[in-house]
Structure formats: structure tokens, C-alpha cells
Write a protein that binds this ligand. Structure first.
Ligand code: GLA
Length: 401
């Protein structure tokens, strides 16, 4: 153990150049995480049932391949050699057996820890144990690590996350590295070579447009998170995604709100990490989470993050996302409490995306339009589009070149 601590020391001081594994997340990672529904109340049976349901419901085949255990999986103490230990009551057969079970279902397995001295829920953090923990994760066969930022006073974020990234690389197993420091230290400016995704905001809360007071901090509704991330669209791309936090689909919002939340996460090329109890989800929730045409917008190979093109009257917003083969995704988002009419002349709405160098100009090219949720062709950009969108709902379109 002394040697491991010594190596950590050397790397912290002299090897701040991160060299992450190549191409672990060419499109935004998709999966499920335990936190939004279960917090620390997790165990072996929940993981197995969730893995089974990810397969039987079609979620795995829709792209959700990472099953990630968040905070609460560990014992309160490391073992005598300093290694992390899974809570023996929650995980009586240990972590390796559980990872093997999840892998046998054609899924990948993720764990959580923290760059600070303790996790947010008070379990052992990784500070000072980076190389030792990375070794253990590799031995267990972990595929994804979410790395939080509680109890980190006095620690430099770029150094701490770079050290862990290097530790994962040295341990030799390709592990997707998910930075979770809530955007406090602007990771979009330095984490491109450190990890595959970084949180841009504080935690999400399962509401449309609220701020939930947690005492010393706030959790944010879907619209609040979306507004906070929007301006970061130049920084996301293949293998380095902006992460506006996990999904709250199926966790209490209305069906229209869930549909909009999911659509907008896809427009933002966000990681799609379901956070509901998928063992008990409704058909409507499953249909939203597994709509392949909507997911295709998120998973588009160009990996360009969409942005707000325009705010129209009455809290109607128009968002645009360039897609492969000169196609576009367009979302008309109704943030108001009333049904809104859309009257949209494509030829007057020339989109010049100077970040991604893409132009949508209906005076030069006529695009075929389809309604993505209803999977219907609805004409072309030659015609003025007249439509309606229900309160808190979205009209999601694909414009084919
Ligand atoms: C932080 C993270 C959450 C979750 C909890 C666990 O709040 O932002 O996503 O991981 O910690 O304690």
C-alpha cells in the first residue's frame, strides 16, 4: 500500500497531462443510474432485476447499455490494505459476481465515487487512493466511473480529475470517465482529454421548471438545467460530452413534460441515463425512453449539440441541431401553460450555425419534414408550416436534406 500511495504522489505532481482511452464514447453514453429513484437504498437484487428489465423491456437494444450504481454501494470503511469494500449486507456476493451477472446480460457496469475525501453520502472518497481504486475497478471489470465532487475543499479540480483519469488509464481497462463537479470549475474548458462527459450543472430534480431548496444547495427542474447548459453547445462533441444530468422521465412529470424533457436532452446531445424504476415503469414511460427516431437525434454520428435558435412569442422556443448528411432536427418547445399555434415560414428562417459551420436555408434547398414522435411525413420546407403544440409539449421535427 505504501508503494501505491507513493506512485499517486508522483503522478499528482508530475503527470498532469491526461491521456484518456481513445473513442470510448463516440456518441453520448446511454444507460441507467440508481440515484434519482433509489439514492443509497441499492442492493444486489435491485441491480439484477434492473439488468433483467433492461433486456426484457427493449431498453438495452434501444441503446441503454450502462447500468451504473451511484452513491451508497460501499462499506463505510476501506479494508486493512486500503481497498474499497462493497457493503456486504447490500451486496452479499461481492462486486465481481454482480458485474459478471450484468455483463452476462450484454450490458456494461458502472460505479460511483468521489474526488474528495468522502462521497456526498459519507462513504470513503478516493482522494489519495486514485491508483489503488482504479486498480480495483479494473479487477472487478467496471466499464464506467462517475466521479463526484463532495468534500473537496482545498483540492484543485483539474488536478484531481486528471489524476483519476491517469489512474484509470494505467490500470489498463477502458472505463468511461464521467466527471461530476457540477460545472463549478468549468470542465468544458479543460476536461476534453480527461473524461468522456462532464456535468455542467447542479443536480436535476423531477419537475418541469422549479428550484428545489436542499438547504445548502438547490436542485433544478428540467427547464432550469436546460437553460444553464444551452450556451455550452460549442464545447460538446464525440468523446467529450456536456452532461446536463440524468433523466427524470417516469419520475412524476406529466407525459408531455417527460416527452419534452427527453426531446431536449436529445437536442442537446446529452448522455441519456434513465433514472426511474424501470421494473415498474408505465408503457408511456417506456415508449418515451425507447423511441428510436428520437434517440437517433441524440446519437447522431456528428455529435453536434443543438442550441436555441429563437425565442418566439408566448414562450415558444425553436431549437436546432445539425445532423449527418445535411439534415437537421428542429424542436418547437412550448414552455407556456396554454396551447400555442405555430405559423412558421421556413424561407424566412435561415439558420447559420457558425460554431458547427452548418446552414439551414430553405430558399436554396427544399427539405422533407417528418414529425419525429408521430413518425409522419408532414410536407416540406417549401410550404409555410401551420401547427399547434400543447402546453409543456414539443413538436420535434426532422428535416431531411
Ligand atoms: C451528487 C451528484 C448526484 C449524486 C449524489 C450522490 O449530488 O451530483 O448526481 O451522485 O451526489 O450522493
Amino acid at each position: 500500500m505504501k508503494r501505491i500511495v507513493f506512485i499517486s504522489f508522483l503522478f499528482i505532481n508530475f503527470n498532469l497531462q491526461a491521456q484518456k482511452f481513445a473513442n470510448l464514447a463516440p456518441t453520448p453514453p446511454m444507460g441507467w443510474n440508481s440515484w434519482n429513484t433509489f439514492t443509497i437504498n441499492i442492493n444486489e437484487q435491485l441491480v439484477k432485476e434492473t439488468a433483467d428489465k433492461m433486456v426484457s423491456s427493449g431498453m438495452r437494444d434501444a441503446g441503454y447499455k450502462y447500468l451504473v450504481l451511484d452513491d451508497g454501494w460501499m462499506s463505510k470503511q476501506r479494508d486493512a490494505e486500503g481497498f474499497l469494500v462493497p457493503d456486504p449486507k447490500k451486496f452479499p456476493h461481492g462486486m465481481k459476481a454482480l458485474v459478471n451477472y450484468v455483463h452476462s446480460k450484454g450490458l456494461k457496469f458502472g460505479l460511483y465515487n468521489c474526488a474528495g475525501t468522502q462521497t456526498c453520502a459519507g462513504y470513503p472518497g478516493t482522494r489519495g487512493y486514485e491508483y489503488q481504486d482504479a486498480l480495483r475497478y479494473a479487477q472487478w471489470g467496471i466499464d464506467y466511473l462517475k466521479f463526484d465532487w463532495c468534500n473537496s475543499t482545498g483540492i484543485n479540480a483539474e488536478e484531481a480529475y486528471t489524476t483519476m483519469s491517469n489512474a484509470l488509464k494505467l490500470a489498463g481497462r477502458p472505463i468511461v470517465f464521467s466527471l461530476c463537479e457540477w460545472g463549478d470549475n468549468k470542465p468544458w474548458l479543460w476536461a476534453k482529454n480527461v473524461g468522456e462527459l462532464w456535468r455542467t450543472t447542479g443536480d436535476i430534480f423531477g419537475c418541469w421548471d422549479c428550484a428545489e431548496n436542499k438547504g445548502t444547495w438547490y436542485a433544478w427542474g428540467a427547464m432550469q438545467i436546460m437553460d444553464k447548459q444551452e450556451s455550452l453547445y460549442p464545447y460538446g462533441g464525440p468523446n467529450h460530452w456536456n452532461d446536463p444530468d440524468m433523466l427524470e422521465v417516469g419520475n412524476g412529470m406529466s407525459e408531455a413534460e417527460d416527452r419534452s424533457h427527453f426531446s431536449m436532452w436529445c437536442m442537446m446531445a446529452a448522455p441519456l441515463i434513465a433514472g426511474n424504476d424501470i421494473r415498474k415503469m408505465s408503457i408511456q414511460t417506456l415508449d418515451i425512453l425507447t423511441n428510436k427516431d428520437v434517440i437517433a437525434i441524440d446519437q447522431d454520428a456528428l455529435g453536434m449539440q443543438g442550441y436555441r435558435y429563437k425565442k418566439m412569442a408566448d414562450s415558444l422556443e425553436v431549437w436546432v441541431k445539425p445532423l449527418i448528411n445535411n439534415s437537421w432536427a428542429i424542436a418547437f418547445l412550448n414552455r407556456s401553460h396554454k396551447e400555442l399555434s405555430i405559423h412558421y415560414n421556413w424561407e424566412n428562417e435561415i439558420v447559420n450555425d457558425t460554431v458547427h459551420h452548418r446552414i439551414l436555408d430553405a430558399t436554396i434547398h427544399n427539405y422533407a419534414i417528418s414529425n419525429v414522435w408521430s413518425n409522419k411525413a408532414i410536407g416540406s420546407t417549401e410550404e409555410i408550416m401551420i401547427s399547434k403544440v400543447a402546453p409543456h409539449d414539443v413538436l420535434l421535427l426532422r428535416l431531411k436534406y
